[in-house]
Design a binder for this molecule. Sequence first.
Ligand SMILES: Cc1cc2nc3c(=O)[nH]c(=O)nc-3n(C[C@H](O)[C@H](O)[C@H](O)COP(=O)(O)OP(=O)(O)OC[C@H]3O[C@@H](n4cnc5c(N)ncnc54)[C@H](O)[C@@H]3O)c2cc1C
Length: 467
Amino acid sequence: MQFDMISIGGGFSGLISACRAAELGLKVAVLEQDSSDRYPCSSRFTTGVSNIMGLAIMADPDHLYNAIIKGSGGAADPALARVFADNGKRAIAWLSEKGTRFIERALQKDQPGQRVLAPPRRLQAGLDWEGRGGDVTMRKLTEHILARGGTLLRGVKVTSLIVENGAIAGVEATRDGAPTRITAKAVVIADGGFAANRDMIAKYITPRADRVLCRVGPGAKGDGIAMAEHAGVAIGGFGKFYGHIHHINAMTIAKLWPYPHLDAIAERSILVDGAGKRFADEGLGGVCMANDIAALEDPLSSHLIIDDEMWRIEPKLTTTVAANPSMVNAGGPLITAGDLASLAGKIGVPAASLEDTVRVHNAAIASGDYSASPTPRSVHKYPPMPIAKGPFHAVPLCAGITGTMGGVVIDIHAQAQKQSGGAFPGLYAVGTPVAGLEGGPRAGYVGGLSKAFILGLLAAEHIAAAR
Ligand SMILES: Cc1cc2nc3c(=O)[nH]c(=O)nc-3n(C[C@H](O)[C@H](O)[C@H](O)COP(=O)(O)OP(=O)(O)OC[C@H]3O[C@@H](n4cnc5c(N)ncnc54)[C@H](O)[C@@H]3O)c2cc1C
C-alpha cells in the first residue's frame, strides 16, 4: 500500500488533514485503529464548541493571538500562535464549504458568537453523540475523502514510523492483528493524545494516574508521541491538561461523564482539601481547578462546598448540562448537613478548619478584600457567592481529563521538529498531541477542535505544496 500522505487516526485531525490533502490532489489514507463503523473518539463525543482560548473562533485574529499568548502564560510559541489565530475563520469557512453545519451561540453583545457543530448535543447526563454534530461531521468528511479517491482503513493500528535517509517513508502497523507496512511520503500524527494512557499520565501529569477520570474514548494512548520521540522528534509542553470537575462517582458510573460537570458552580464557590482548606483559585475556571485537583497528593480527596441556595440556582449558572438534578439522578449524591461542623464530620475534614475556611470566604465577599486567604481568589470572571445558610452540601470530586496538553514540537506548518533541530522531513502532528499552543501555570486551553481544524489544514497544505 502506497500513499502520498497518511493520517494516523480517524478523528477530526486525521480526517481534515486527509480531506484537504485529497482536495489538493494527493493520494491519501486515514488509518484508524478501531474497526467499528462509528469508532469512538473525542471528535465523535465532542460538544462541538469551536473556540480559541475560550473566545469565538471568528473573533479578530489579533485579539485571539493576544489571548493565546496571555492564556498560555507565555508557554505558546508566538509564531505558531500567530498562524493559529490567523487561520481560525478560514478553517470554519472550509468546513462549511464541506457541508459542516454550525449554529451560533452568543457570547457577548456586539461580539461574534461561538460556532457550535450542529446538531448540538441534547442537554442530558452521560455520553450523547449519535447523530450529533461531531458524529455527523465525521461522516461527512469521510464521504469527501472517499469521493476524492482517498481511503479510510479501520482496524489498522500504527505501531511505528518508518524513517529512511532521515525522512519519513511510511508506517508499520497491525491490520486486524497482522503486521503490515504502509508507505507514504508524508505522515500526519493525529492520534488524539494520551488521556487514556495511565503510564503517560503518571509521567507527565500526576503520579496518582489511577485516581483521575479518563473523560474520553479508550483510543487516546499516546502512540503518536511515543513513536515520534523514538524516531528522534522533539517533544515537550507537558504538565497540564484540558478537563473538568466531576462527582467522584464518575470514576465508576458512566452516566456521570462527560456531563454533568461541576465547573460552573465551583467557579462561584470553594473547593477544600482533606484538611478543610482551599487549595485552588476557583475564579480561574474549571480547567484550572481540574488541574489543581489532579495535582493533590490524593486527587480523590477534595470536596466542593456550597449552600442550598447555590444548589438551587446551579441550572442557571451552567451552559451545558445542569448538575441539579441530573448528577443526583445519575448516581452522584450530595452530602448534606444542617451546619458546617456536621458537614465536616460527614466528609472527614476538621470541623474548625472547614468553618474557618467558609468564614474567611464569606468575609472576603462582604469586604471585597480577599487577602486573608493564603490561596488567591480571582473574582472578575466568576464573582464568588457566599456560603451563607444551611442546609450545606458537599460534593466529593474527581478531575476528568478530556484532552492532554503537550506532545510533538511543531512549526507553523504543523511539521514535526527534530531533537537535533530543524524540521523532520515528511512528519507532521495535528490536533491534541502537539506542543506550543497552550499550558502554562494556569493551564490555558487553546481549544481541542480548533487544534484539529486549523492544524489539519496547515499540515495538508504544506504537504501538498512540498510535493
Ligand atoms: C465529551 C467531550 C466534549 C468535548 N467538547 C469540546 C468542545 O466543545 N470544544 C472543543 O474545542 N473541544 C471539545 N472536546 C475536545 C475535542 O473534541 C477534541 O480535542 C478533538 O475532537 C480531537 O480530535 P482528534 O482528531 O485530534 O482526536 P480524536 O478525535 O480522539 O481521534 C483520534 C483517533 O486516533 C485513533 N488512534 C489513536 N492511536 C492510533 C494508532 N496507533 N493507530 C491508528 N489510529 C489511532 C483513535 O482511535 C481515534 O479515533 C471535547 C472532547 C470530549 C471527549
